[in-house]
Design a protein around this ligand. Sequence first.
Ligand code: T4K
Length: 397
Amino acid sequence: MRPPDPFRYTKSVKERPADLAVNGGTPAFAETLHVGRPNIGDRARFLERAAAILDRRWLTNDGDMVRAFEREVAAACGVPHVVAVCNGTMALALACRALGLTGEVIVPSFTFVATAHVLEWHGLVPVFCDVDPATHTLDPDRVEELLSDRTSAILGVHLWGRACDVERLRTLADRRRLALLFDAAHAFACHRDGVPVGSFGDAAALSFHATKIVNAFEGGAVATRDGELAARLRLLRNSGFAGIDRVAAVGLNAKMTEVSAAMGLTSLESLAVFLEANRANYAAYVSNLDGLPGIRLVDTGTSRAHVVIEVDQEVCGVSRDRLVEILWAENVRARRYFHPGCHRQAPYAERYPAAGARLPVTERLAEQVLVLPTGTAVTPGDVAEACSIVRVAIGER
Ligand code: T4K
């Protein structure tokens, strides 16, 4: 006999189809359950830091809080250099510029659109590549097929915090002297065989957006082992200023503010609490979705900051989109990240109308993937209730 599972909940308000809110039942949650509800650390610590910032009258531009945040993030990523910026998009943008990318860049289409937009914004050509069906990250075999004389870099995305096949991508990049950049927006506090995911590649772009496990309201950073690259990034984030009135590069204003860094530092102090909440919720999802036909829980990064399922309509009889309607009616705001794939969004859809034909895994995932709520605003009991809705929706009760 199996021992009792502490994460398995037997009591739920949704037992039969008539209970569903789409069929006239009362919504399961009075307060909406969001994907990406921010984790809030110790308020008193944050307010103390905010007061210190005001007292110092140093609000932005490489202040003490930003420097302290950079040190903490560098330690967590196991790299010597971290350059904090205003968001993850600017982290990617500055990294592309600092690495001197030109021509074509291989990038997955199954990602947040900012990954592709950054390339487009720089006048680079995003070459959309398919992903591995198990990990949802770049498929190195498909990458190899797309390399050309115009390729200057591979931009992999550690989607859901799950590391790309970093060894094979490194081999491909080295063979052709390409830059290897990672979008690690989802990967802070994730490890691969004990190695922080943010440490891979020539550089990794992190996001500390409100919805991320550690947040700085808005924030981002580039992590790298390369001191010269870090120095270029520092120039680029501050309009190219190399001294008080000497401009040495075409930079932008990508600076992180002190109050953002204060939130980031406060958030980092509670990281263990956030991780514990994610792990408990993930265990509850594993337990309560166990054995549901046509529902696959994806093995996401070790922070478990993302809970991702694939819904196979052929097996469970309900489409992902119908499941979204059912969950939203119950006040569970599950999200269709990253539907419909960058290649089907402007301006890429018009430019590459046939791209879908060489992206079969992306096309399927864009139709089947659903992201479910987790984080400190969600409890294992909420998870059990949300899973009971899925069960009833697919006729498993
Ligand atoms: N690369 C990848 C792979 C990424 O996923 C992202 C961003 C980036 C690069 C770029 O990093 P950043 O430049 O954003 O730092 C969100 C986030 O805005 C974005 O950061 C994130 N990825 C993306 C996956 O999701 P939206 O428009 O779906 O999120 P939003 O702001 O509507 O928030 C989602 C839910 O979270 C809301 O329904 C409610 C809840 N929420 C949100 C905020 C901001 C709250 O409860 N409180 C809040 O303060 O894009």
